[in-house]
Design a protein around this ligand. Structure first.
Ligand code: 5AD
Ligand code: SF4
Length: 468
Protein backbone atom coordinates (compact mmCIF):
# COMPACT_ATOMS: atom_id res chain seq x y z
CA UNK A 1 0.00 0.00 0.00
CA UNK A 2 1.29 3.49 -0.80
CA UNK A 3 1.86 6.06 1.91
CA UNK A 4 -0.69 8.85 1.88
CA UNK A 5 0.89 12.09 0.74
CA UNK A 6 -1.56 14.91 0.48
CA UNK A 7 -0.90 18.11 -1.43
CA UNK A 8 -2.94 20.97 -2.79
CA UNK A 9 -3.19 21.81 -6.48
CA UNK A 10 -0.71 24.68 -6.14
CA UNK A 11 1.79 22.23 -4.69
CA UNK A 12 1.01 19.73 -7.42
CA UNK A 13 1.93 22.31 -10.04
CA UNK A 14 5.09 23.07 -8.15
CA UNK A 15 5.94 19.38 -8.07
CA UNK A 16 5.29 19.11 -11.80
CA UNK A 17 7.66 22.02 -12.51
CA UNK A 18 10.31 20.30 -10.42
CA UNK A 19 10.34 17.19 -12.61
CA UNK A 20 14.03 16.44 -13.21
CA UNK A 21 13.79 15.66 -16.91
CA UNK A 22 12.43 18.36 -19.17
CA UNK A 23 11.40 15.78 -21.77
CA UNK A 24 9.28 13.95 -19.20
CA UNK A 25 7.65 17.21 -18.28
CA UNK A 26 6.66 17.99 -21.85
CA UNK A 27 5.30 14.53 -22.47
CA UNK A 28 3.40 14.51 -19.16
CA UNK A 29 1.74 17.79 -20.14
CA UNK A 30 0.97 16.64 -23.68
CA UNK A 31 -0.57 13.49 -22.26
CA UNK A 32 -2.64 15.47 -19.78
CA UNK A 33 -3.93 17.78 -22.49
CA UNK A 34 -6.16 15.04 -23.92
CA UNK A 35 -7.45 13.80 -20.57
CA UNK A 36 -9.67 16.17 -18.70
CA UNK A 37 -12.11 15.06 -16.05
CA UNK A 38 -15.28 16.56 -14.63
CA UNK A 39 -16.37 15.24 -11.25
CA UNK A 40 -19.76 16.00 -9.75
CA UNK A 41 -20.53 15.03 -6.17
CA UNK A 42 -23.76 14.46 -4.29
CA UNK A 43 -24.36 13.43 -0.70
CA UNK A 44 -22.51 13.59 2.57
CA UNK A 45 -19.12 14.92 3.66
CA UNK A 46 -17.67 11.42 3.26
CA UNK A 47 -18.61 11.62 -0.42
CA UNK A 48 -17.16 15.12 -0.72
CA UNK A 49 -13.90 13.87 0.72
CA UNK A 50 -13.90 10.69 -1.39
CA UNK A 51 -14.19 12.97 -4.43
CA UNK A 52 -11.23 15.04 -3.21
CA UNK A 53 -9.20 11.83 -3.05
CA UNK A 54 -10.43 10.55 -6.44
CA UNK A 55 -9.59 13.94 -7.98
CA UNK A 56 -6.10 13.76 -6.42
CA UNK A 57 -5.60 10.30 -7.85
CA UNK A 58 -6.61 11.46 -11.34
CA UNK A 59 -4.41 14.57 -11.16
CA UNK A 60 -1.45 12.43 -10.16
CA UNK A 61 -2.07 10.30 -13.26
CA UNK A 62 -1.84 13.33 -15.56
CA UNK A 63 -5.51 14.24 -15.88
CA UNK A 64 -6.66 17.85 -15.66
CA UNK A 65 -9.78 18.90 -13.78
CA UNK A 66 -12.32 21.01 -15.69
CA UNK A 67 -15.43 22.91 -14.64
CA UNK A 68 -17.96 21.55 -17.16
CA UNK A 69 -18.84 18.13 -18.60
CA UNK A 70 -18.48 19.69 -22.07
CA UNK A 71 -14.78 20.34 -21.53
CA UNK A 72 -14.11 16.82 -20.16
CA UNK A 73 -13.22 13.51 -21.75
CA UNK A 74 -14.01 11.67 -18.50
CA UNK A 75 -17.24 12.51 -16.65
CA UNK A 76 -17.57 11.10 -13.15
CA UNK A 77 -20.61 11.26 -10.95
CA UNK A 78 -20.14 10.47 -7.24
CA UNK A 79 -23.57 9.44 -6.02
CA UNK A 80 -25.69 9.14 -2.88
CA UNK A 81 -28.44 6.62 -2.20
CA UNK A 82 -29.32 7.37 1.41
CA UNK A 83 -32.86 8.36 0.40
CA UNK A 84 -34.84 7.43 -2.69
CA UNK A 85 -34.91 10.97 -4.12
CA UNK A 86 -31.12 11.19 -4.12
CA UNK A 87 -30.83 7.87 -5.95
CA UNK A 88 -33.47 8.84 -8.54
CA UNK A 89 -31.55 12.00 -9.30
CA UNK A 90 -28.62 9.87 -10.48
CA UNK A 91 -30.55 8.31 -13.32
CA UNK A 92 -32.05 11.60 -14.46
CA UNK A 93 -28.55 13.14 -14.45
CA UNK A 94 -27.15 10.14 -16.33
CA UNK A 95 -29.90 10.72 -18.92
CA UNK A 96 -28.49 14.20 -19.46
CA UNK A 97 -25.07 12.66 -20.09
CA UNK A 98 -26.41 10.24 -22.67
CA UNK A 99 -25.41 12.18 -25.77
CA UNK A 100 -22.02 12.93 -24.24
CA UNK A 101 -20.88 9.35 -24.78
CA UNK A 102 -21.53 9.66 -28.51
CA UNK A 103 -19.09 12.58 -28.41
CA UNK A 104 -16.44 10.07 -27.28
CA UNK A 105 -16.59 10.90 -23.60
CA UNK A 106 -16.22 8.20 -20.93
CA UNK A 107 -18.91 8.28 -18.25
CA UNK A 108 -18.47 6.73 -14.82
CA UNK A 109 -20.67 6.30 -11.75
CA UNK A 110 -19.01 6.24 -8.34
CA UNK A 111 -20.29 5.98 -4.77
CA UNK A 112 -23.33 4.51 -3.13
CA UNK A 113 -25.65 4.19 -6.15
CA UNK A 114 -22.82 2.49 -8.06
CA UNK A 115 -22.44 -0.01 -5.23
CA UNK A 116 -26.15 -0.52 -4.79
CA UNK A 117 -27.17 -0.87 -8.44
CA UNK A 118 -23.94 -2.46 -9.70
CA UNK A 119 -24.08 -3.79 -13.27
CA UNK A 120 -27.76 -2.89 -13.42
CA UNK A 121 -26.51 0.62 -14.26
CA UNK A 122 -25.14 -0.65 -17.58
CA UNK A 123 -28.63 -1.93 -18.41
CA UNK A 124 -30.42 1.27 -17.44
CA UNK A 125 -27.75 3.57 -18.85
CA UNK A 126 -25.69 1.61 -21.43
CA UNK A 127 -23.63 4.73 -22.15
CA UNK A 128 -21.89 4.32 -18.77
CA UNK A 129 -18.44 2.66 -18.87
CA UNK A 130 -17.32 2.62 -15.24
CA UNK A 131 -19.22 1.64 -12.09
CA UNK A 132 -17.27 1.75 -8.83
CA UNK A 133 -18.34 1.72 -5.17
CA UNK A 134 -16.36 3.48 -2.46
CA UNK A 135 -14.90 0.27 -1.00
CA UNK A 136 -13.15 -0.30 -4.38
CA UNK A 137 -11.59 3.15 -4.96
CA UNK A 138 -8.13 1.79 -4.26
CA UNK A 139 -8.59 -0.20 -7.50
CA UNK A 140 -9.40 2.95 -9.52
CA UNK A 141 -5.90 3.28 -11.07
CA UNK A 142 -6.24 -0.26 -12.44
CA UNK A 143 -9.75 0.45 -13.69
CA UNK A 144 -8.67 3.70 -15.35
CA UNK A 145 -5.81 1.86 -17.05
CA UNK A 146 -8.32 -0.65 -18.42
CA UNK A 147 -10.47 2.20 -19.75
CA UNK A 148 -7.43 3.93 -21.24
CA UNK A 149 -6.56 0.61 -22.94
CA UNK A 150 -9.95 0.71 -24.67
CA UNK A 151 -11.98 -1.51 -22.35
CA UNK A 152 -15.67 -0.60 -22.69
CA UNK A 153 -16.94 -1.59 -19.25
CA UNK A 154 -15.17 -1.82 -15.93
CA UNK A 155 -16.56 -2.38 -12.45
CA UNK A 156 -15.31 -2.23 -8.86
CA UNK A 157 -18.04 -3.61 -6.66
CA UNK A 158 -16.40 -5.62 -3.86
CA UNK A 159 -17.30 -4.59 -0.33
CA UNK A 160 -15.65 -7.60 1.22
CA UNK A 161 -12.49 -5.78 2.19
CA UNK A 162 -10.48 -4.85 5.24
CA UNK A 163 -8.58 -2.13 3.39
CA UNK A 164 -9.03 1.61 3.42
CA UNK A 165 -8.63 4.01 0.47
CA UNK A 166 -5.09 5.43 0.69
CA UNK A 167 -4.19 8.08 -1.89
CA UNK A 168 -0.82 9.60 -2.65
CA UNK A 169 -2.45 12.91 -3.51
CA UNK A 170 -5.67 14.55 -2.32
CA UNK A 171 -7.07 17.59 -4.12
CA UNK A 172 -8.78 19.45 -1.29
CA UNK A 173 -11.62 21.90 -1.97
CA UNK A 174 -11.13 24.08 1.08
CA UNK A 175 -7.75 25.73 1.71
CA UNK A 176 -8.14 25.99 5.51
CA UNK A 177 -10.23 23.06 6.70
CA UNK A 178 -9.14 19.58 5.69
CA UNK A 179 -11.38 16.54 5.80
CA UNK A 180 -9.67 13.36 6.86
CA UNK A 181 -11.41 9.98 6.89
CA UNK A 182 -10.31 7.87 9.86
CA UNK A 183 -12.87 5.08 9.59
CA UNK A 184 -14.68 3.75 6.52
CA UNK A 185 -17.86 1.68 6.22
CA UNK A 186 -20.28 0.87 9.04
CA UNK A 187 -20.82 -2.17 11.25
CA UNK A 188 -24.08 -0.96 12.77
CA UNK A 189 -27.26 -2.36 11.30
CA UNK A 190 -29.87 0.39 11.53
CA UNK A 191 -32.92 -1.14 9.94
CA UNK A 192 -33.58 1.81 7.57
CA UNK A 193 -30.05 2.41 6.34
CA UNK A 194 -28.26 1.42 3.11
CA UNK A 195 -24.80 2.51 4.24
CA UNK A 196 -23.63 -0.89 5.56
CA UNK A 197 -24.50 -2.28 2.09
CA UNK A 198 -23.05 0.57 0.03
CA UNK A 199 -19.92 1.33 2.03
CA UNK A 200 -19.13 -2.11 3.38
CA UNK A 201 -17.88 -3.17 6.81
CA UNK A 202 -16.16 -0.85 9.26
CA UNK A 203 -12.41 -0.37 8.64
CA UNK A 204 -10.31 1.98 10.79
CA UNK A 205 -7.13 3.51 9.40
CA UNK A 206 -3.93 3.03 11.37
CA UNK A 207 -3.19 5.90 13.78
CA UNK A 208 0.37 6.56 12.59
CA UNK A 209 -0.49 7.41 8.96
CA UNK A 210 -3.41 9.52 10.21
CA UNK A 211 -1.10 11.57 12.41
CA UNK A 212 1.53 11.77 9.65
CA UNK A 213 -1.14 13.15 7.35
CA UNK A 214 -2.21 15.73 9.95
CA UNK A 215 1.42 16.91 10.24
CA UNK A 216 1.58 17.22 6.43
CA UNK A 217 -1.68 19.16 6.44
CA UNK A 218 -0.38 21.55 9.10
CA UNK A 219 2.82 22.05 7.08
CA UNK A 220 0.68 22.96 4.05
CA UNK A 221 -1.14 25.63 6.07
CA UNK A 222 -4.34 23.88 7.11
CA UNK A 223 -5.36 24.88 10.62
CA UNK A 224 -8.65 22.99 10.95
CA UNK A 225 -8.98 19.24 10.57
CA UNK A 226 -12.29 17.41 10.44
CA UNK A 227 -12.07 13.71 11.20
CA UNK A 228 -14.71 11.77 9.28
CA UNK A 229 -16.50 8.46 9.58
CA UNK A 230 -20.09 7.20 9.43
CA UNK A 231 -19.54 6.28 13.07
CA UNK A 232 -16.35 8.24 13.69
CA UNK A 233 -16.27 7.50 17.43
CA UNK A 234 -16.28 3.74 16.81
CA UNK A 235 -12.66 4.22 15.67
CA UNK A 236 -10.51 1.24 16.62
CA UNK A 237 -6.80 1.62 15.86
CA UNK A 238 -5.79 -1.60 14.08
CA UNK A 239 -2.13 -1.25 15.16
CA UNK A 240 -0.38 -2.37 18.37
CA UNK A 241 -0.64 1.24 19.58
CA UNK A 242 -4.44 0.72 19.93
CA UNK A 243 -5.22 4.41 20.27
CA UNK A 244 -8.70 5.14 21.51
CA UNK A 245 -10.75 7.70 19.58
CA UNK A 246 -10.35 10.25 22.40
CA UNK A 247 -6.56 9.72 22.41
CA UNK A 248 -6.48 10.24 18.65
CA UNK A 249 -8.43 13.51 19.05
CA UNK A 250 -5.89 14.71 21.61
CA UNK A 251 -2.92 13.63 19.48
CA UNK A 252 -4.32 15.43 16.40
CA UNK A 253 -4.90 18.58 18.48
CA UNK A 254 -1.28 18.50 19.66
CA UNK A 255 0.15 18.70 16.13
CA UNK A 256 1.80 22.15 15.85
CA UNK A 257 -0.18 24.44 13.55
CA UNK A 258 -3.53 22.72 14.13
CA UNK A 259 -5.98 25.09 15.84
CA UNK A 260 -9.26 23.20 15.51
CA UNK A 261 -10.22 19.53 15.44
CA UNK A 262 -13.76 18.55 14.45
CA UNK A 263 -15.27 15.10 14.11
CA UNK A 264 -18.45 13.71 12.64
CA UNK A 265 -20.66 11.62 12.83
CA UNK A 266 -20.79 10.17 16.35
CA UNK A 267 -22.95 7.19 17.24
CA UNK A 268 -24.62 7.50 20.67
CA UNK A 269 -23.80 3.93 21.71
CA UNK A 270 -20.06 4.50 21.31
CA UNK A 271 -20.10 7.98 22.82
CA UNK A 272 -18.04 7.46 25.97
CA UNK A 273 -17.05 9.82 28.84
CA UNK A 274 -13.41 9.99 27.71
CA UNK A 275 -14.53 11.87 24.56
CA UNK A 276 -16.17 14.56 26.72
CA UNK A 277 -13.06 14.64 28.93
CA UNK A 278 -10.89 15.22 25.84
CA UNK A 279 -13.13 18.15 24.80
CA UNK A 280 -12.93 19.55 28.34
CA UNK A 281 -9.17 19.36 28.58
CA UNK A 282 -8.19 20.45 25.07
CA UNK A 283 -9.77 23.68 23.74
CA UNK A 284 -8.57 22.90 20.21
CA UNK A 285 -11.08 20.03 20.11
CA UNK A 286 -14.25 21.76 18.96
CA UNK A 287 -17.12 22.13 21.42
CA UNK A 288 -19.64 20.60 19.01
CA UNK A 289 -20.97 17.05 18.85
CA UNK A 290 -23.28 15.81 16.11
CA UNK A 291 -25.17 12.99 17.83
CA UNK A 292 -28.02 11.67 15.65
CA UNK A 293 -30.93 10.44 17.76
CA UNK A 294 -33.33 9.54 14.89
CA UNK A 295 -36.39 9.23 17.20
CA UNK A 296 -37.48 10.13 20.72
CA UNK A 297 -39.44 6.90 21.18
CA UNK A 298 -37.72 3.84 22.65
CA UNK A 299 -40.13 1.56 20.76
CA UNK A 300 -39.22 3.18 17.44
CA UNK A 301 -35.50 3.20 18.32
CA UNK A 302 -35.71 -0.54 18.95
CA UNK A 303 -37.44 -1.07 15.58
CA UNK A 304 -34.71 1.05 14.00
CA UNK A 305 -32.08 -1.18 15.69
CA UNK A 306 -30.34 1.89 17.05
CA UNK A 307 -28.94 -0.02 20.09
CA UNK A 308 -29.93 2.64 22.65
CA UNK A 309 -33.14 3.80 24.35
CA UNK A 310 -34.47 7.33 24.80
CA UNK A 311 -33.21 7.17 28.39
CA UNK A 312 -29.77 5.90 27.35
CA UNK A 313 -29.47 8.72 24.81
CA UNK A 314 -30.52 11.33 27.37
CA UNK A 315 -27.79 10.04 29.69
CA UNK A 316 -25.20 10.82 26.97
CA UNK A 317 -26.70 14.31 26.67
CA UNK A 318 -26.53 14.78 30.47
CA UNK A 319 -22.86 13.74 30.34
CA UNK A 320 -22.17 16.51 27.81
CA UNK A 321 -24.27 19.08 29.66
CA UNK A 322 -22.22 18.34 32.78
CA UNK A 323 -18.95 19.25 31.05
CA UNK A 324 -17.00 22.23 32.30
CA UNK A 325 -17.12 23.71 28.79
CA UNK A 326 -20.49 24.20 27.03
CA UNK A 327 -20.86 21.78 24.11
CA UNK A 328 -23.13 22.50 21.12
CA UNK A 329 -25.21 19.45 20.22
CA UNK A 330 -26.82 18.78 16.83
CA UNK A 331 -28.79 15.81 15.57
CA UNK A 332 -30.53 13.90 12.76
CA UNK A 333 -34.17 12.83 12.98
CA UNK A 334 -36.32 10.59 10.81
CA UNK A 335 -40.10 11.06 10.87
CA UNK A 336 -42.66 8.52 9.66
CA UNK A 337 -40.69 5.32 10.30
CA UNK A 338 -43.06 2.36 9.65
CA UNK A 339 -45.53 2.08 12.50
CA UNK A 340 -44.60 5.40 14.14
CA UNK A 341 -47.76 6.47 16.00
CA UNK A 342 -48.80 10.02 16.71
CA UNK A 343 -47.80 9.66 20.35
CA UNK A 344 -44.40 8.22 19.37
CA UNK A 345 -43.88 11.22 17.09
CA UNK A 346 -44.82 13.47 20.01
CA UNK A 347 -42.07 11.80 22.04
CA UNK A 348 -39.64 13.04 19.42
CA UNK A 349 -41.05 16.56 19.85
CA UNK A 350 -40.67 16.29 23.62
CA UNK A 351 -37.08 15.11 23.15
CA UNK A 352 -36.36 18.28 21.15
CA UNK A 353 -37.75 20.32 24.05
CA UNK A 354 -35.65 18.40 26.52
CA UNK A 355 -32.33 18.42 24.67
CA UNK A 356 -32.58 21.92 23.12
CA UNK A 357 -30.45 21.07 20.09
CA UNK A 358 -28.41 23.81 18.46
CA UNK A 359 -29.36 22.53 15.03
CA UNK A 360 -31.08 19.54 13.43
CA UNK A 361 -31.23 17.73 10.09
CA UNK A 362 -34.60 16.06 9.59
CA UNK A 363 -35.86 13.60 7.02
CA UNK A 364 -39.01 11.77 5.98
CA UNK A 365 -38.45 8.03 6.22
CA UNK A 366 -37.54 6.65 2.78
CA UNK A 367 -37.71 2.88 2.17
CA UNK A 368 -34.38 1.62 0.80
CA UNK A 369 -33.36 -1.58 -1.01
CA UNK A 370 -31.94 -4.48 1.08
CA UNK A 371 -32.84 -2.85 4.40
CA UNK A 372 -34.76 -4.64 7.12
CA UNK A 373 -37.38 -1.92 7.43
CA UNK A 374 -38.31 -2.29 3.76
CA UNK A 375 -40.55 -5.22 4.63
CA UNK A 376 -42.10 -3.59 7.71
CA UNK A 377 -45.82 -2.99 7.51
CA UNK A 378 -47.77 0.07 8.68
CA UNK A 379 -46.13 2.52 6.39
CA UNK A 380 -47.03 6.15 7.04
CA UNK A 381 -48.56 8.13 4.15
CA UNK A 382 -46.41 10.73 2.39
CA UNK A 383 -48.89 13.38 3.43
CA UNK A 384 -48.59 12.44 7.10
CA UNK A 385 -44.79 12.25 6.90
CA UNK A 386 -44.76 15.77 5.43
CA UNK A 387 -47.06 17.02 8.19
CA UNK A 388 -44.85 15.55 10.91
CA UNK A 389 -41.72 16.96 9.29
CA UNK A 390 -43.28 20.43 9.19
CA UNK A 391 -44.33 20.28 12.85
CA UNK A 392 -40.86 19.06 13.87
CA UNK A 393 -39.05 21.74 11.89
CA UNK A 394 -41.26 24.50 13.30
CA UNK A 395 -40.57 23.31 16.81
CA UNK A 396 -36.82 23.25 16.21
CA UNK A 397 -36.94 26.68 14.58
CA UNK A 398 -38.47 28.14 17.75
CA UNK A 399 -35.80 26.45 19.87
CA UNK A 400 -32.98 27.80 17.68
CA UNK A 401 -34.49 31.29 17.54
CA UNK A 402 -34.59 31.43 21.36
CA UNK A 403 -31.11 29.91 21.80
CA UNK A 404 -29.49 32.19 19.24
CA UNK A 405 -31.21 35.29 20.67
CA UNK A 406 -29.51 34.55 23.98
CA UNK A 407 -26.11 34.72 22.26
CA UNK A 408 -26.47 38.40 21.34
CA UNK A 409 -23.69 40.30 23.12
CA UNK A 410 -21.29 37.34 23.40
CA UNK A 411 -17.87 37.14 21.76
CA UNK A 412 -16.66 34.28 19.56
CA UNK A 413 -13.54 33.47 17.64
CA UNK A 414 -14.34 32.49 14.07
CA UNK A 415 -12.36 31.07 11.20
CA UNK A 416 -13.28 33.35 8.27
CA UNK A 417 -14.24 31.15 5.34
CA UNK A 418 -16.65 33.24 3.25
CA UNK A 419 -16.69 36.67 1.63
CA UNK A 420 -19.88 37.98 0.15
CA UNK A 421 -19.97 39.94 -3.09
CA UNK A 422 -21.34 42.83 -1.11
CA UNK A 423 -18.48 44.96 0.13
CA UNK A 424 -17.01 44.25 3.54
CA UNK A 425 -19.30 41.31 4.34
CA UNK A 426 -17.64 38.18 5.67
CA UNK A 427 -18.70 34.94 7.32
CA UNK A 428 -17.16 32.16 9.31
CA UNK A 429 -17.76 29.46 11.89
CA UNK A 430 -17.25 29.36 15.64
CA UNK A 431 -15.73 26.23 17.19
CA UNK A 432 -19.30 25.29 18.16
CA UNK A 433 -20.14 25.41 14.41
CA UNK A 434 -22.35 28.48 14.53
CA UNK A 435 -22.20 30.61 11.42
CA UNK A 436 -21.66 34.33 11.96
CA UNK A 437 -21.92 37.02 9.27
CA UNK A 438 -20.06 40.21 10.03
CA UNK A 439 -18.86 43.44 8.45
CA UNK A 440 -15.24 44.50 8.41
CA UNK A 441 -13.18 47.09 6.52
CA UNK A 442 -10.17 44.76 6.55
CA UNK A 443 -9.12 43.48 3.12
CA UNK A 444 -7.65 40.03 3.64
CA UNK A 445 -9.55 38.09 6.25
CA UNK A 446 -10.14 34.77 4.47
CA UNK A 447 -8.49 31.91 6.33
CA UNK A 448 -7.73 34.03 9.41
CA UNK A 449 -9.14 33.77 12.93
CA UNK A 450 -10.95 36.85 14.18
CA UNK A 451 -12.91 37.89 17.26
CA UNK A 452 -16.53 38.77 16.60
CA UNK A 453 -19.20 40.21 18.88
CA UNK A 454 -22.72 38.95 18.18
CA UNK A 455 -25.14 41.82 17.47
CA UNK A 456 -28.14 39.99 16.01
CA UNK A 457 -29.61 36.51 15.67
CA UNK A 458 -31.93 34.48 13.46
CA UNK A 459 -32.79 30.77 13.85
CA UNK A 460 -30.02 29.65 11.47
CA UNK A 461 -27.26 32.19 11.80
CA UNK A 462 -25.85 35.07 13.76
CA UNK A 463 -24.80 38.56 12.78
CA UNK A 464 -21.83 40.19 14.41
CA UNK A 465 -19.20 42.88 14.26
CA UNK A 466 -15.45 42.53 14.04
CA UNK A 467 -14.20 43.07 17.58
CA UNK A 468 -10.54 44.06 17.24
N1 5AD B 1 -34.80 7.44 5.24
C1 5AD B 1 -34.70 8.68 5.76
N2 5AD B 1 -33.59 9.16 6.35
C2 5AD B 1 -32.51 8.35 6.40
N3 5AD B 1 -31.29 8.52 6.92
C3 5AD B 1 -30.57 7.39 6.72
N4 5AD B 1 -31.32 6.47 6.08
C4 5AD B 1 -32.55 7.03 5.88
C5 5AD B 1 -33.74 6.58 5.28
N5 5AD B 1 -33.85 5.37 4.77
C6 5AD B 1 -30.88 9.74 7.62
C7 5AD B 1 -30.50 9.46 9.08
C8 5AD B 1 -29.00 9.59 9.05
C9 5AD B 1 -28.81 10.65 7.99
C10 5AD B 1 -27.44 10.74 7.42
O1 5AD B 1 -29.74 10.28 6.99
O2 5AD B 1 -31.08 10.46 9.89
O3 5AD B 1 -28.46 9.97 10.30
FE1 SF4 C 1 -26.51 4.01 8.70
FE2 SF4 C 1 -26.85 3.42 11.28
FE3 SF4 C 1 -24.43 3.04 10.12
FE4 SF4 C 1 -25.34 5.56 10.57
S1 SF4 C 1 -24.86 4.00 12.15
S2 SF4 C 1 -24.38 4.78 8.66
S3 SF4 C 1 -27.55 5.33 10.23
S4 SF4 C 1 -26.32 1.94 9.64
Amino acid sequence: MTQPFHVRIEDLKWRDAELPNHGDRVSARADAAGKAFFLETFGCQMNDHDSERVAGLLLSRGYREVETPEAASLILYNTCSIREKAAQKVFSRLGEYREKQSEGKVIGVLGCVAQQEGEEIFKRAPWVSLVCGSASYRKLPEMLAQLEAGNQRVTGLDTDTDETFETEVTRRDNPWRAYLTIIEGCDKACSYCVVPFTRGPERSRASDPILREVRQLAALGYSEVQLLGQTVNSYADPTARKMRFSELLLAVAEVPGIRRVRFTTSHPSDFTPDIVEAIEQQPKICDHVHLPVQSGSTRVLRAMQRTYSRQGYLEKIAMMRGANRPIAITTDIIVGFPGETESEFEQTLSLLNEVQYDSMYSFKYSPRPNTLSLSMSDSISEEEKSRRLGVLQNRQREIQAAKNARLVGSHFEILVSGKSRRDNQWSGYTTSHRMINFASQERALLGTYVQVRVTGASPNSLVGEHAA
